[in-house]
Design a protein around this ligand. Structure first.
Ligand SMILES: [Zn+2]
Length: 323
């Protein structure tokens, strides 16, 4: 496999101080982490609340991606296992890379293919990794109503009806509450059902994450009242996602997080700072280090400086996912 083609941040990369990214302040105004004239250093790490570093699309590029993530000042990334097959792969990555916080869960796309003993396997996997997250889990009506029958990402998967998804989701939520583990929730086109489920379910005291929240702006407060955090994905910077950006303007500061969902959900090209070759089927592959550009896009959207956003996200991430 060819070496990944990478574009690096302008100005030859980022200044570093005490092993952390230095986000400059000039006359009290935070500069972009891609800015050149860093004056007063504001030490802060970046956090990816949700990605899939275990994915085969990233496999040939893991060493380069690790170097790029260190260069942008990554503190930690939650790497979400979605099926019984990739839970051990995620556990291995957590042993190899100190920034990986593992997540183990049965994704709604994978729940139709679960084995008879998936619950015992999941419980064992979570017990073996005390810092692990329950995720990615959730509800998905899109695969039932809207996905094309020939979508290559769904090849070989039995698409479980919503009631079956809910049963699997509820069991995993109960386990997370029992263990007080953070939860990473996927939801596509099922936000009413999700709210109905969460409203009557015991949830982990530390709260939960709605990853790449694509629900209505009007439901942000309803979910926040139940303890939700919301992670902003760089793909939402695409012009057609104006409604999602409006929702993220309403997320309370103490509930905001940032994510890539890499290798999925690529940013619009003008925001991309790191590129990888396309997947074998021609799909674009999102580089996890585009996290920094995602922070920049969200800071602009919320009308605050990157340093302020990064400090807030660090606080939120450590509260939800553990220090
Ligand atoms: Zn995901």
């Amino acid at each position: 496999m060819a070496e990944p083609v990478r574009t690096v941040p302008s100005c030859g990369g980022l200044e570093r101080q005490t092993g952390r990214i230095a986000v400059g302040l000039e006359n009290g105004i935070p500069l972009s982490p891609f800015g050149c004239s860093l004056k007063i250093d504001y030490p802060v790490n970046l956090y990816d609340a949700h990605n899939h570093f275990q994915d085969d699309w990233l496999l040939p590029h893991r060493t380069a991606i690790d170097a790029d993530l260190r260069a942008i000042g990554l503190g930690r990334a939650v790497v979400n296992g979605t099926s019984e097959k990739d839970w051990p792969v995620v556990a291995d990555l957590a042993r190899q890379f100190d920034w990986v916080q593992p997540g183990f869960g049965l994704h709604p796309w994978d729940c139709g293919n679960r084995s008879p003993d998936w619950q015992a396997v999941l419980r064992t996997q979570l017990a073996a990794e005390p810092s692990s997250v329950v995720g990615e889990i959730g509800l998905d009506r899109w695969i039932l109503d809207r996905a094309r029958p020939d979508d290559s990402r769904l090849a070989g998967l039995r698409r479980a009806p919503l009631d079956e998804q809910r049963e699997v989701f509820l069991w995993q939520l109960a386990l997370a509450a029992e263990l007080n583990r953070p939860v990473s929730i996927h939801c596509l086109q099922a936000f009413g059902a999700l709210h109905d489920t969460l409203r009557v379910t015991r949830l982990p005291a530390r709260g939960f994450l709605l990853h790449a929240y694509s629900g209505p702006a009007a439901m942000v407060k309803k979910f926040a009242d139940l303890g939700a955090c919301f992670s902003f994905n760089g793909a939402f910077l695409k012009e057609r996602h104006a409604a999602k950006r409006e929702a993220f303007k309403l997320v309370p500061a103490d509930r905001i997080l940032v994510e890539t969902d890499a290798p999925s959900m690529p940013l619009p090209v003008e925001h991309n700072r790191f590129t990888l070759p396309p997947a074998p089927d021609g799909e674009p592959v999102n580089h996890p280090a585009n996290l920094a550009a995602t922070y920049a896009g969200l800071a602009e959207l919320r009308g605050i400086g990157i340093a302020q956003l990064a400090a807030q996200v660090e606080q939120n991430f450590l509260r939800l996912f553990g220090a």
